[in-house]
Design a protein around this ligand. Sequence first.
Ligand code: TRP
Ligand code: SF4
Length: 328
Amino acid sequence: MAKKRILSGMQPSGLLHLGNYFGALKNWVSLQDEYECFFFIADWHSLSTLYEDPHRIKEFTFNVAVDWMAAGLDPEKTTMFVQSRIPEHAELHLILSMIVPVPWLERNPTYKEKQDEVKNVDMSSYGFLGYPVLQTADIILYKANFVPVGVDQEPHLEISREIVRRFNNIYKKKVFFEPQAKISGTPKLNGVDGRKMSKSYNNAIYLSDTEEVVKKKVMSMLTDPARQRRNDPGDPEVCNLFPLHKLYSSEAMQQQIDTDCRSAGIGCMDCKKMLYESMMEGMRPHMERRREIVAKPKDVEEILEEGNKKAGQIARETMKEAQSAMRL
Ligand code: TRP
Ligand code: SF4
């Protein structure tokens, strides 16, 4: 029986942080055996925010690929490729844009949310409004069955299904399949300041941070704001650190901290030191693999080249079918 196909992408709009890892990447790694996986770097999508600094995209793309491989994406099992190397994404995006009603895009909740989140860039562009149309092209070019994404992407997948139905209806042929989201991962991780971890908030811990930088960030983390003095009892449930203990520390340590925090038996400094140690245990292997991979940039390029070739073949086949349905 053929494996079902999975496809997902990440924007190279910055370095990957722990939110990206626990929200998506970790899950992708676990899907590689059961599914035929395609993961791509959505560099054209990142132009929606980086159009004034496009020169930064190349370096971010390289670093995203490095973090993917360091985290365990295996080129023997998984196809990794770069969106802009496959011109069919742009071609299909254009064709779809002719049949997508603008109100579908205007009522997309992530459209408004992102505009509120990103403050330093004018996000009123035509391209940003069409973000989900390009995302649809990304997915349906490969006839992916499942798209592993965070909850925030569910509205985009809904738009994708609507676009597929509209295309197949208008051209009277089932060229495309309706993709399903495969939601998983930690819903959201907070940054050092207690807001959602995001590069736009400058509060993230990056997969490429050094040990010293991680330490500095952990030691500066916001804790339970009600715990002003060492003798005040705290509440791990409202503390910004505890979610990270849940991801990195042993069950026993979590319980100990929970008890000691509530009775003021432990200070926040001690708690942070323990967290740092736990995090290092988890992050050190990634850091080491990262160093090895970065030392061989040619290998990274080659893996992406291979992926581009494989993806390009499939994309061209699908475009032929679309053109024939449209009798272009
Ligand atoms: N919008 C996704 C994000 O920001 C990235 C993305 C672009 C994507 N194209 C995609 C995800 C196709 C899944 C499938 O996280
Ligand atoms: Fe948070 Fe730990 Fe301080 Fe409790 S002891 S408030 S869990 S940092």
